[in-house]
Design a protein around this ligand. Structure first.
Ligand code: FES
Length: 94
């Protein structure tokens, strides 16, 4: 499958990063020089917890550490979330 490249934006600062479909957003953020909080990097600790202001993601693990309500409200775990579109997210943790 072709590795799609989407535009990632971090709010509220508006920093841009390349969001590749075949890797978690956390790796793309780091590759873009954006310092994003993380710990477990496997979707359980919620250190990277953030909210999608725009866009869609998918998960390769069956059930990342998010409730159904959180998912419905647009919260994501960038360490395991892969972008399916251009994404805009802001950090919600701590
Ligand atoms: S770094 Fe632990 S859930 Fe993302």
């Amino acid at each position: 499958m072709k590795n799609a490249l989407f535009n990632g934006t971090v709010m509220p600062g508006g920093e841009a990063f390349d969001a590749w479909a075949n890797q978690p957003l956390l790796l793309s953020l780091e590759a873009g020089g954006i310092d994003w909080p993380s710990s477990c990097r496997n979707g359980t600790c919620r250190t990277c917890f953030s909210k999608l202001d725009a866009g869609q993601v998918r998960y390769e693990c069956d059930w990342p550490g998010l409730s159904a309500e959180e998912k419905a409200e647009g919260y994501v775990l960038p360490c395991v979330a892969h972008p399916c579109s251009n994404v805009s997210l802001h950090f919600e943790g701590f």
